[in-house]
Design a protein around this ligand. Structure first.
Ligand code: HEM
Length: 179
């Protein structure tokens, strides 16, 4: 997993709780590199699972609640560092529709080892979209946070539902832009 995901998680803990809390989480996760991540490095996904496990214990929140909150925060970081990849998008659904063939393609050019999810547009109208998400990491809650933060970025409001599909690691988001 790309380092910016780890550095963003640690930033979130430092900002939203405290630097001491972030340190405690890193120590308790017993990471091989003691939490010394750089934004452009690559690190094992198992580190993220360890950090999440510690956060579940310390906060009492579920993995999906934590991933949602983190997804929301992460969008701000990604948009700040890579705002240019959003330059050609004309709105919320346009952006989601081009995750796979534009936004994450640009990401892959910058970081060839990035391990990105797959998105497929199943249907689309001016205000609605059914979007399929596939990732062996099943980070649909992270995607939900990223989507809600991008709605704020585009100054719109969403109604969303998430359904797990019969195919493993695959989810469908039904999204409506309501304002
Ligand atoms: C500014 C726009 C965006 C940029 C620059 C961006 C970039 C990235 C990067 C760098 C990663 C990490 C890849 C790795 O760990 O190797 C990632 C992962 C991910 N992105 Fe995006 N992303 C953007 C928008 C979005 C949005 C709006 C969604 C919402 C559906 C999304 C869904 C995801 C998910 C769910 C992952 C986690 C990997 C997984 O599911 O296996 N991204 N993205």
């Amino acid at each position: 997993m790309l380092g910016i995901v780890f550095t963003s998680l640690i930033d979130m803990l430092e900002e939203n709780v405290s630097p001491e809390f972030a340190d405690d989480v890193i120590v308790a996760a017993e990471l091989e590199n003691d939490g010394a991540y750089t934004a452009v490095g690559y690190y094992p996904y198992s580190d993220m699972e360890r950090l999440l496990g510690v956060l579940i214990e310390k906060t009492g929140k579920s993995a999906n609640e934590l991933l949602y909150d983190f997804g929301y925060y992460l969008f701000g970081k990604l948009a700040a560092v890579h705002g240019d990849v959003l330059a050609n998008t004309e709105g919320m659904l346009d952006m989601l529709g081009h995750l796979d063939d534009d936004i994450h393609v640009q990401v892959k050019k910058l970081y060839p080892d990035a391990d990105l999810p797959r998105f497929k547009v199943l249907s689309r109208t001016d205000t609605t979209m059914r979007l399929q998400y596939y990732s062996e990491r099943d980070l649909f809650a992270l995607a939900e946070g990223l989507m809600d933060a991008s709605a704020d970025h585009f100054n719109c409001k969403l109604e969303r539902e998430t359904h797990q599909l019969a195919t493993p690691h695959t989810y469908e988001f039904s999204i409506a832009v309501i304002s």
